[in-house]
Design a protein around this ligand. Structure first.
Ligand code: SER
Length: 889
């Protein structure tokens, strides 16, 4: 049974039993406690917690997931993968154990012809939480599983939570017995290799506070309802149903694996090391493709770092397989897109984009590998010189962090050189860095707040703060929650730094690239809070950060919120302009110019998009021209809500893969641009006034950044440049139009004059060569010239002069020494003829002697050498010392 069919069957089974089929949410988790979605239930978390009303009481989904804590295990075991899909059925306060258990049993055991998975009953075992008699009885009496195949297990195995504060509950797992050839008898308790877990049914009913480990956590209470969350790993199920031993050999991964073998000229199943690499490549390329498709870009922190690591590990393993050349990743990405395209049609639609990002990362990593080898050699030599047998942890870390050199490569190359690597030190530094990155990312969003405090705030504001700022700039609201230093308080006085939650607000929280509103919150009693930043740390929650300017604020007070209208208008202009420029680039460069990020600030915006190389200046000009031409037609800007499918059908640009929720907000600017967007905009395009693109640059592999000004800021910029040009024209005494030509002319004449000056100086220096040669002193049968050039003569000229004089004395044994002080410090050049060399007079040695006198060092070859020192006053002594040495030869 194909993987896609496993998913279809699962969803259909539950759809027929009253479940609404939900699309997979993006891999980018909305939840601030997570970087990536690691489980099928993540998008349902707010429903379990009662923070949001579920769209339906029964739902089912096939969710894309990425987990990387066990990345090193990928390929070595039969079941670790960084990307996988989780099938699940969810009940939000609807049915509970008594129905979830028979549902699961029926789907697993019903014949394939009837829409089931056709497992023989006697091959299935189940486990329940140790005191869950209820689940035990349902399995035994209602379903008919014999006592002997029901096992009880403790917290570590049969209690599920997210590893962070949130929902949790006891669970019951279903296992498939692969048969005696895979291990010992005795059920899952005895052997989890022989008995494979295929489905986890979680009875989600508790609210968890602090979670210290899998088995150590605080239960703070009951969830508002008793829920069901189940998870079946699609890949593992497919492996069983396809009769293969591991997930890498299932249909979709196999397509990538086979292509990798073909491209590297290897065969799967011949050599364990190669097999591991092939599996890593298959898993990682698929993960990377799925992550890029959801809008993640390779980077050095957060999700970007996870993606970069996955892509680089693929490339590294390809090299281990003998695949060195560029372009392999392109082929493999294409294989992944074709393997997954049936389930995720977006992949095919955005293939060009995905390729741009992955190709660029491959190119930059191959470059790193080329230069990295040289950097590694230096580090290794240093380690050896200092007598150590190991490369220090900080060296390995630096190679990794600064040069992107993977640790496994460092380890391997060190081994070749008989060196060890202080891996523990390396890992400690890596962990520190990762913790820092994680903290940075979360700090911005959550202000370092405890998630349980945020949950409290959300509850205090009625489960959801109403954002009414699309149509209002002021609002009357209730002060629902107040934090000082991250702790819930009832009141705060003048000067306090506070975080304020209102039940409704006109303040836009930073998001979707749009910066936050600023403004004031005035309380009925005369107190005022100055709002400097607004964030949404949890979906539905809006936190205003600021300072109490006067009076005392209290929870429960009536508040008048007013945003800084000028700032908002300027930001809205930037946001609408970003949409227009985005549309302009797509028209000019094609669909592959997809937005990869943006920042809309007052009067200014930047817009990042994927492109294989630099965008020609002519394209920038054309886009700018078109946008300005279109905007003066004063197109209406309209925002409306519709379903994601409808929005797609209208051609609206969705940036980062589909998001949950039935409805999306579409913003259209006339017929010119249509995007999914939650931001604020102008009412009509004419309000933008003017858009001025400042330039374009690279901000990373395959991603370009355009910066631009909007409205009065754009005008002021142009006006300022106009004045500058006028001033220049006046100074150059020419008309503005002729300025470039005029400046080019002046620059070229200046260059010529400099070259001429240089030529004359050299001539002058060399002019004395003849007289120096004539005046050579006979020192013990050797012609000796000792000359001090005027200060300021360049080192090049000193050398030229020495060589020139030596040329004139070629026939004789001769030593020519020219000294000078080009810039304060003395420089000495010595040139020696062959005749003198035969007498043992070596330029290098003589320079060494001179330099010593000058308080410095130097050396060189026997015929010509150069040195220097610190004390120009000693040049006379140096000349005398060399003359003496010549005499003594
Ligand atoms: N949340 C459970 C899991 O991830 C079941 O979906 O295993």
């Amino acid at each position: 049974m194909e993987s896609a069919e496993v998913a279809r069957r699962f969803l259909k089974y539950f759809e027929q039993r009253g479940h609404t089929v939900m699309p997979s949410a993006s891999l980018i988790a909305e939840d601030p406690t997570l970087l990536l979605v690691p489980a099928g239930m993540v998008p349902f978390k707010p429903y379990f917690l009662g923070q949001r009303t579920p769209p339906a009481p029964r739902m089912t989904s096939a969710q894309k997931c990425v987990r990387t804590p066990d990345i090193e295990e990928v390929g070595k075991t039969t079941r670790h993968a960084t990307f996988f899909q989780m099938l699940g059925n969810f009940s939000l306060g609807d049915y509970f154990k008594e129905q979830a258990i028979p549902f699961a049993w029926e789907l697993l055991t019903a014949p394939v012809a009837d829409g089931g998975f056709g497992f023989p009953e006697e091959k299935l075992w189940v486990t329940v939480y140790h005191d869950d008699d209820e689940a035990h009885d349902i399995w035994h009496t209602k379903v008919g599983v014999p006592e002997g195949r029901i096992q009880r297990r403790g917290l570590a195995d049969n209690y599920w939570h997210m590893g962070v504060p949130g929902p949790g509950g006891p669970c019951s797992e279903i296992y498939y017995d692969r048969g005696p050839e895979y291990g010992d008898e005795g059920g899952p308790v005895a052997d989890e290799d022989r008995y494979l877990e295929v489905w986890n049914l979680v009875f989600m009913q508790k609210q968890l506070g602090a979670v210290r480990s899998k088995v150590d956590f605080d239960v703070t209470g009951d969830l508002p309802a008793k829920n069901i969350d189940t998870g079946m790993g699609l890949e593992r199920m497919a492996a069983i149903l396809q009769g293969v031993d591991n997930i890498y050999e299932t249909d979709t991964l196999w397509k990538v694996l086979e292509r990798a073998a073909e491209l590297t000229g290897t065969r799967y199943g011949r050599d364990l090391r190669n097999d591991v690499s092939l599996r890593v490549v298959a898993d990682h390329v698929r993960s990377g493709t799925m992550m890029v498709a959801d809008g993640i870009r390779p980077g050095n922190e957060g999700r970007g770092y996870v993606l970069r690591r996955i892509l680089r590990r693929s490339i590294r393993n390809l090299r281990l397989l003998g695949g060195q050349e560029a372009g392999l990743m392109h082929e493999l990405t294409a294989a992944a897109i074709s393997a997954m395209g049936e389930q995720y049609t977006d992949l095919v639609r955005t293939a060009a984009n995905i390729h741009t990002v992955i190709d660029a990362e491959e190119e930059s990593f191959l470059q790193t590998l080329r230069t990295g080898t040289a950097i590694f050699d230096t580090a290794a030599a240093e380690a050896k010189r200092s007598g150590g047998a190991a490369l220090a942890g900080d060296q390995a870390f630096k190679l990794h962090d600064t040069y992107g050199f993977p640790i496994d490569l460092t380890l391997e190359m060190a081994q070749e050189q008989g060196l060890e690597v202080d891996e523990a030190g390396f890992r400690r530094l890596m962990k520190e860095q990762r913790d820092r990155a994680k903290k940075d990312a979360q700090d911005k969003k959550t202000g370092n707040l405890d998630v349980s405090v945020l949950d409290e705030l959300l509850n205090a504001s009625g489960g959801k703060v109403d954002f009414i700022g699309y149509n209002n700039v002021v609002a009357e609201a209730r002060l629902a929650g107040l934090l000082v230093n991250g702790a819930n308080v009832q009141a705060a006085g003048e000067g306090a730094e506070v975080e304020v939650v209102l039940d409704r607000t006109p303040f836009y929280a930073e998001g979707g690239g749009q910066l936050a509103d600023q403004g004031l919150i005035k309380l009925g009693n005369g107190a005022v809070v100055v709002v400097e930043d607004v964030q949404s740390p949890l979906p539905g929650l809006v936190v205003h950060r600021g300072r109490v300017r006067q009076g005392e604020v209290q929870v429960g007070d009536t508040a008048y919120a007013e945003i800084d209208v000028e700032r908002r208008r300027a930001i809205s202009r930037s946001h609408s302009a970003t949409h227009m420029v985005h549309a302009g680039f797509r028209r000019a460069l094609g669909e592959s110019a997809a937005q990869a990020g943006s920042e809309n600030s007052p009067g200014r915006f930047r817009f990042d998009f994927t492109a294989a190389g630099a965008v020609p200046i002519s394209v920038l000009r054309d886009v700018e021209d078109e946008v300005n031409e279109v905007l003066i037609n004063d197109l209406d800007v309209r925002a409306f809500h519709t379903s994601i499918d409808e929005a797609r059908a209208m051609g609206a640009l969705a940036l980062f893969g589909e998001k949950y929720g039935d409805e999306v907000r579409v913003v259209e600017i006339g017929d010119y641009s249509r995007e999914l967007c939650g931001g604020t905009h102008v009412a009509s395009s004419g309000q933008l006034g003017l858009v001025k693109v400042l330039g374009e640059s690279s901000i990373g592999a395959g991603v370009r950044r355009v910066e631009a000004l909007v409205g009065i800021d754009a005008f002021r910029f142009l006006a300022k440049e106009n004045v500058l040009v006028a001033q220049l024209a006046e100074q150059m005494k020419t008309r503005k139009e002729e300025l470039p030509e005029r400046v080019a002319g002046v620059v070229s004449r200046l260059r010529e004059a400099e070259r001429e000056l240089e030529r004359l100086r050299s001539q002058q220096v060399l002019a004395i060569a003849a007289s120096l040669a004539d005046g050579a002193k006979d020192v013990g049968g050797v012609a000796f010239v000792g000359h001090r050039a005027p200060d300021g003569t360049g080192a090049d000229d000193l050398r030229k002069l020495a060589v020139d004089v030596r040329g004139r004395l070629q026939a004789r044994p001769a030593v020519v020494m020219v000294a000078g002080a080009p810039k304060d410090r003395p420089v000495v050049v010595i040139a020696v003829t062959e005749g003198a060399r035969e007498r043992g007079l070596k330029a290098g040695k003589l320079v060494g002697l001179a330099a010593k006198t000058l308080g410095g060092g130097g050396g060189g070859k026997d015929d010509l050498a150069q040195g220097g020192g610190a004390d120009a006053g000693a040049i006379g002594d140096a000349l005398a010392a060399v003359e003496r040495a010549v005499g003594a030869a």
